[in-house]
Design a protein around this ligand. Structure first.
Ligand code: SF4
Length: 345
């Protein structure tokens, strides 16, 4: 491992998609899926990236896994710049260290492969040990994800397992090559609610035991509250708020974060709901206005918001916010709001 305390360091990272020129020759505006984001992740910690669909969180995950090359900006993995000039071998080494946990366990596994074959495949690709060493590794991994007795699962096919069991296999497949970094994109959204807590508890335990650095991408703030030390809130390709999860979710300072928290249903009738209603029409990422990107939806927008883009700045509350009026708007009004919501604990 490198000397840096951080496994991931991202500086002004951008991913713009350029549409084809229209038939009349007019060049269309690029789609700014990720539009200059900066953050770092300490080794062995978990960070959550949240926001509505289209906010750029999944594209960010793909950039961190080098499934996309960045349009601009810097991305360092364990202190080493991951530029587009990496050799095939460097990229292959990186692919072993950085793994993706797929969202949909029903599509993530080859239906013609047994569970043993599915776990063996990445080990063969990365030339891991002898056949016997690989077998031991697979058995050990299935024990770690609590698919026991292991012998009863090894020769089953995906269609013979439940959704929760399949997602455990998907987790085992991601971790069998001993990665350093895991990106889990909506890891339980396709599962029945009754088995989600079990899978998340297992993920928390296994990633912690293995010392993994993990990024959870989710629209589910309860999941992020349960699993992540740090949280990043994204809107239209930009980070609007980031910092320690407790501070972000219990005392948000950006109106967009407040609206996301407002949208979480509460199961406790004693909790007073502080709703923040925002305009539901989302600005397109290929038609971003000057000034604050959230201006069309924000109930607090003032003249300056339409002219000047707010910078992400550290606040007195120890987190970073991109809003001209965060000190006036933010505060403690959402404290304990998520405490009463669905808990995975
Ligand atoms: Fe709302 Fe203005 Fe803050 Fe943007 S800068 S979130 S428009 S108050």
């Amino acid at each position: 491992m490198g000397q840096s305390d951080f496994l991931i360091e991202v500086e002004d990272l951008k991913k713009w998609f350029y549409p084809k020129q229209s038939l009349i020759g007019r060049r269309k505006a690029p789609l700014r899926a990720v539009d200059g984001i900066s953050f770092s992740i300490k080794k062995g910690t978990s960070i959550g990236i949240a926001g509505e669909s289209g906010c750029g969180k999944t594209t960010t995950g793909k950039l961190l896994l080098k499934l996309y090359d960045a349009t601009e900006g810097s991305f360092k993995f364990d202190g080493v710049e991951m530029n587009s000039g990496m050799t095939k071998q460097e990229l292959k080494d990186f692919r072993r260290k950085a793994q993706l946990m797929f969202q949909n366990p029903y599509e993530a596994l080859n239906p013609r492969y047994t569970i043993y074959q599915s776990l063996q495949e990445p080990l063969i690709i990365h030339k891991y040990g002898t056949k016997e060493v690989r077998r031991k590794k697979i058995i050990n991994m299935l024990e770690k994800v609590r698919l026991t007795p292991v012998e009863s699962y090894l020769h089953k096919f995906p269609h013979q397992l439940s959704g929760g069991q399949l997602q455990r296999v998907v987790l085992a497949r991601s971790l069998v090559v001993d990665p350093l970094f895991l990106v889990a994109d909506e890891p339980v959204s396709m599962l029945d609610v009754s088995v989600r807590a079990g899978v998340l508890n297992l993920m928390r335990e296994v990633t912690s035991t293995m010392g993994l650095t993990t990024v959870y991408i989710s629209h589910d703030l309860s999941l992020i509250k349960y699993l992540c030390e740090e949280t990043v809130i994204m809107y239209l390709g930009s980070i609007v708020e980031k910092g320690p999860t407790d501070k972000i979710l219990f005392s948000p300072m950006h109106p967009y974060t407040m609206a996301l928290i407002s949208a979480v249903p509460s199961s406790d009738p004693d909790v007073e709901l502080k709703e923040l209603n925002i305009n539901n029409s989302i600005t397109s990422a290929d038609n971003i206005p000057d000034g604050c990107k959230f201006q069309d939806r924000c109930p607090y927008a003032q003249e300056i918001c339409f002219k000047q883009e707010p910078l992400l700045q550290k606040t007195k509350n120890d987190h970073f916010v991109a809003c001209h009026f965060s000190e006036e708007i933010g505060g403690k009004q959402y404290e304990n709001r998520l405490c009463s919501t669905r808990s995975y604990g």
